[in-house]
Design a protein around this ligand. Structure first.
Ligand SMILES: NC(=O)c1ccc[n+]([C@@H]2O[C@H](COP(=O)([O-])OP(=O)(O)OC[C@H]3O[C@@H](n4cnc5c(N)ncnc54)[C@H](OP(=O)(O)O)[C@@H]3O)[C@@H](O)[C@H]2O)c1
Length: 273
């Protein structure tokens, strides 16, 4: 083996040691155990589960957080080329069937789900749990300038809260959280603090990339799930938009585990390790 081959082999073994890929099998008994742990606050895996079921537990149980401590996680589903939608705004099926179920599982484990104004306007999402068993989270939209219409789907049904910097009135029953705007936008710390004060402990940020980036740049995200689906879109909004670095040595390199979910993979990043 020459030096180049040796380095490649070392790289491969280092990568596989750091990032083993585990196929996650989310059976009813694992999902029921996760929902029970969500309610009781005590999370425990069963010793009789298969390797795939244990992998599923390891993927989702960290999203429950620890004790009463507030916990913030983000999830984004993107293509091989890092896009979350087409240029024309088609975003419905970037993730595969299991990837979409993954998104709904994440919602079911959260107390509230945040989206940015672009996502709320372009996709008009309901942000409910429909593909798996579980309760709907409260919906939160960050709409600093009041661009979102009162007929937005997320404003009907479950609890809804709009984070805004403007004075805009919202429909009856929709709560507002006023946060001052600066050159950097709305302060993510004030947003999370306001949500915690309103009783939300597990906060999920669903996107898009600009919104997740604001929270990541403020170092507020505990866990990040990046789902990757094997399709190539060519252009369109990127998965994550964070402060850039000029040298790769300055890049964030979170501790990560890779899980297979049907035809998609999910990279589970612990941003606080
Ligand atoms: N595949 C997926 O998992 C997934 C998930 C969600 C969304 N998406 C896609 O993502 C695209 C939209 O993403 P995007 O990155 O362009 O936009 P976005 O994150 O949905 O929304 C960004 C906007 O939200 C407001 N905002 C959010 N956080 C803020 C903060 N801290 N301070 C100030 N303003 C804040 C701003 O609104 P103003 O400009 O009004 O000030 C900002 O321009 C859509 O195509 C959608 O389909 C994909």
């Amino acid at each position: 083996m020459n030096q180049h081959e040796r380095i490649q082999a070392d790289d491969r073994s280092a990568a596989s040691a750091d990032m083993p890929v585990a196929a996650a099998t989310v059976t009813d008994r694992v999902w029921d155990a996760l929902l029970a742990a969500r309610s009781s606050g005590t999370a425990r895996a069963s010793t009789v589960w298969s390797a795939g079921e244990r992998a599923a537990w390891e993927l989702y149980a960290p999203l429950l957080g620890q004790g009463d401590r507030p916990f913030v996680f983000a999830q984004i589903g993107q293509s091989l080329d890092g896009r979350v939608a087409t240029v024309d705004g088609d975003a419905a099926d970037v993730s595969g069937t299991e990837g979409l179920k993954h998104l709904h599982r994440c919602r079911a484990l959260a107390d509230c789900v945040i989206v940015g104004a672009n996502t709320a306007i372009q996709d008009n999402p309901r942000l409910t749990v429909r593909l798996v068993k579980g309760d709907n989270p409260a919906r939160v939209v960050i709409d600093p300038r009041g661009r979102l219409g009162d007929d937005a789907a997320l404003m009907t049904g479950e609890r809804c809260l709009v984070v805004q910097a403007c004075e805009r009135e919202r429909p009856p029953g929709v709560e507002t959280l006023k946060v001052a705007s600066s050159a950097d936008g709305l302060d993510p710390v004030s947003i999370v603090t306001g949500l915690i004060e309103r009783g939300f402990r597990r906060v999920m940020i669903e996107g898009g990339g600009i919104t997740i980036g604001h929270f990541m740049d403020a170092d507020l995200v505990d866990r990040l799930h990046v789902g990757i689906s094997p399709l190539i879109i060519g252009a369109g909004p990127p998965g994550l938009t964070t402060n850039p670095v000029s040298l790769l040595a300055q890049a964030k390199r979170p501790r990560a585990h890779v899980y297979g979910l049907g035809g998609d993979i999910v990279i589970d990043c612990d941003l606080k390790a």
